[in-house]
Design a protein around this ligand. Sequence first.
Ligand code: ADP
Ligand code: MN
Ligand code: MN
Ligand code: MN
Length: 370
Amino acid sequence: MAAQLHGSGLCFHGAVRAKLDRVTVLKGSYLMAIKAEYIWIDGTEPTAKLRSKTKILDEGQEPPIWGFDGSSTNQAEGHSSDCVLRPVKVTPDPIRGGDSILVLCEVLDTDFTPHPTNTRAKTAELAEQYAGQESWFGIEQEYTFMVGSRPLGFPENGFPAPQGGYYCGVGADEIFGREIVEKHLDNCLAAGLPISGINAEVMPGQWEFQVGPASALEVSDSLWLARWLLYRTAEEWNVSATIDPKPAKGDWNGAGCHTNFSTKAMREDYEPIIAACEALGQDDKPAEHIAVYGDGIADRLTGAHETAHFTQFSYGVSNRGASIRIPWQVEKDKKGYLEDRRPNANMDPYLVTGKIVDTVCSALEKKGLV
Ligand code: ADP
Ligand code: MN
Ligand code: MN
Ligand code: MN
C-alpha cells in the first residue's frame, strides 16, 4: 500500500517539496495556495470555444505567463504544439470563492507575437488609435439553455405555444431556468463584470444579459468571461447554454448580440449619430461588417424576424426591423447612442467592436465630428 501511494504521486518531488516547506514555514500550513483558472479562446471553426485550466499560485503572486497544448484546441500542429497564454484580465472567481481568481488570457505564439486566432490584438491597436473618441459599447448577449438537443422548456414531443408571452415573462408556464440565470447574474457581479441587466427572451429557455457600457476591450473581455461563467454556472444544473444564433428551427426569433455604441461626440450631439449610421451604410461597409458578425448570420437575418435582411442596410428611429436602431429617447434628447442589431449571438466581440470603431471613428474623424 505504501509503495502504491508513493507511486501515485504523494511523494513530493524537489521543487514542490521546497515550495510546501516555504509556505508551511511562512503560514503554518500550505492552504494559502491560490487557485487561478486560466481562460482562453480556442481555434475552433467556424465559432471559437472557451477553454480553461487551473494553475496554483502562491499568495500574492501575479498570475504569470503560461502555456498549453495547441494541438488539442485547433491552434497548433502536433509537431510544434506549444501556445502561450498571456493574462489580460483578472477577476475574483465567484465559483470557487475565497482568494481564487479567473485569469482571462490572450493566445500568443512562442515568439510572443499574437497567435492567428488572437482577435484581441488588432482591436487593442484600433482602440488605442481612436482612444481620443472615447468609444463605449453595451452588448446584449442572447442565449438559450439546452437539455440535450431541446431548448429548456420545450416539451419532449412537439412544440410549446408560439412566441408571444415568454419575453420578460413571469410564471412557471413561461419561464424556464430562472434559478440558473439569477446565479449567473450573481456570479458576474461577484466577479466585478460590468453587467447592466438581464431579461427573459421570446422563446422558452431563451435569455439575455447585457454587458456595458464600457470600452471595446473592457466590454469584450467581460463578455467572454460572462460567457464562461454562464457555461460554468449552468453545469451545476446539468444544463448547457448555447450561443447558437438559430437554436430552434421554425418560427422563432434567432439569438443575437445587439451592439450599442457611442463616442463622446455622439453622447453630446445628434449629428455624429446620423454620421455614424451613414458611415455604417457606406459602400462595402455593410458586407464587411456582416462578414465578422458571427457564423450563420444569413440564417438569422432573413428579414422575417427582428432585423432587416442581411443584404439590406437600413437605419431608423425605434425601428426594430432596421439594421441600426436609434432609440426613441436618443432622438428625443438629440444625443446618445445607436444600436447595431445585426451581430449574431455567436459573434466574437473583439471583431465586432474593432470593426465598428474602425468604420465609425475613422468616418467621424474625417468629418471633424470628434
Ligand atoms: P434593448 O432595448 O435593445 O433591449 P438593452 O437595455 O437590452 O436594450 O441594452 C442596452 C445596452 O446599451 C445596455 O447594455 C446599456 O448599458 C447600453 N448603453 C446605454 N447607453 C449607452 C451608450 N451611450 N453607449 C453605448 N452603450 C450604451
Ligand atoms: Mn435587450
Ligand atoms: Mn433581446
Ligand atoms: Mn436590443
